[in-house]
Design a protein around this ligand. Structure first.
Ligand SMILES: [Mg+2]
Length: 356
């Protein structure tokens, strides 16, 4: 259980501590680590951490151990089982870490994004107006130029307006997590000139409201909650119910699936943003490389893990101090991420299962 710097409050509930399942693969070529992004409770998605731990240790890992597997072999094996994309993504990450480290390659090399940076974005949970203004000022001082404000309904738009008046130079996004109603369309259109994007304004079932908003504003309307597959994204794009796609790679089952969706979005001419799942430093290393890929043209949730995680066994990603302001350098070390501090990892570990 990783302690957070502060609870994250969204319309889906409150996260006060981060239970993270991590996978360690011991192979002949070396050791690899993967992070499973499932949250402690089934709030944002139905997959959750303790369930993912059980699925990994009892079902998936026993079928994979003592075999020589490539990343595509792994996908072929795990896709025989339905669901649990975040558990599967953690296996992919750990295997990629082994493979890339043994070839002295970074994840950035593998994704074709070496030596570049990706725009950082800070997310602020649902807070009071005074707190929002204070947090935005602090993030601005840290170097962020893109801020996403969580709101629970259109009532939160007053806070958004105040922030945009106070900080007109920042790129502001809002994420109501589906909390707005169709009769909020006019208010959303009205405030859109102060925003750089709106993420998941309506419940995913409110396709018609989403279509109307997309048609009436010039900024990207990002689909997030429904994006668990290429097919889900395709349906929304074809219906013109979104104009950008938020990709959380673990929700798709990992990076191979993320690349497939990215390629499709390039074909459709729909930009992407890289979404975060309160990852620790391990997952954030992967997210930094994803956010730098072609097509990821809308700022996402890329921030150092220390934005949320107070005690982290993994080294963190860092701001690019030489390039464009408010960007994060794609990590250049071999593998997905540097290795963890095993002493810190041991101090926050509540349960371990070895599968041999
Ligand atoms: Mg979101």
């Amino acid at each position: 259980m990783l302690p957070l710097t502060a609870p994250l409050v969204t319309r889906h509930g409150q996260v006060t501590g981060r239970d993270i399942v991590v996978v360690r693969i011991d192979a002949d070529e070396g050791v690899g680590w993967g992070e499973c992004s499932a949250l402690p409770e089934p709030t944002y998605t139905d997959e959750f951490a303790s369930e993912a731990f059980a699925v990994l240790s009892q079902e998936l890992a026993p079928r994979l151990v003592r075999r020589k597997l490539s990343v595509s072999d792994l996908h072929a094996k795990v896709s025989a089982f339905p669901g649990n994309p975040m558990a599967k993504a953690s296996l992919e990450m750990a295997l990629l870490d082994v493979v890339l480290t043994s070839k002295s390659m970074s994840l950035g090399d593998w994704l074709g994004v070496s030596n570049i940076s990706a725009p950082a974005g800070a997310t602020i949970g649902i807070v009071s107006e005074a707190e929002a203004l204070e947090q935005v000022a602090a993030f601005r001082a840290e170097g962020y130029r893109r801020i996403k404000l969580k709101i629970s309904s259109s009532a939160g738009l007053d806070v958004v307006r105040r922030v945009s008046e106070e900080f007109p130079e920042l790129e502001l996004q809002i994420d109501p997590n589906g909390g707005c109603r169709p009769d909020d369309i006019a208010r959303l259109v009205n405030i859109s000139e102060h925003l750089s994007a709106i993420e998941q304004p309506f419940d995913p079932k409110q396709i018609e409201a989403s279509r109307q908003l997309v048609a009436q504003v010039d900024i990207p309307i990002i689909a997030d909650e429904p994006i668990d597959s290429l097919e889900a994204a395709q349906e929304l794009v074809q219906n013109k119910a979104c104009s950008a796609i938020a990709v959380k790679p673990p929700r798709l089952g990992g990076l191979v699936r993320t690349i497939e969706l990215r390629d499709a979005c390039l074909k459709w001419g729909v930009p992407l943003s890289a979404g975060g799942m309160l990852e620790c430093g391990l997952g954030r290393h992967s997210l930094a490389a994803v956010a730098a890929m072609d097509g990821f043209d809308v700022a996402g949730d890329l921030s150092p893990a220390s934005r949320w995680i107070r005690v982290d066994p993994w080294p963190d990603i860092e701001f690019d101090t030489t390039g464009e302001l408010g960007t994060i350098a794609v990590p250049t070390g071999n593998g997905v991420a540097p290795k963890p501090d095993l002493e810190v990892l041991g101090s926050v570990t509540t349960s371990t299962t070895m599968v041999t």
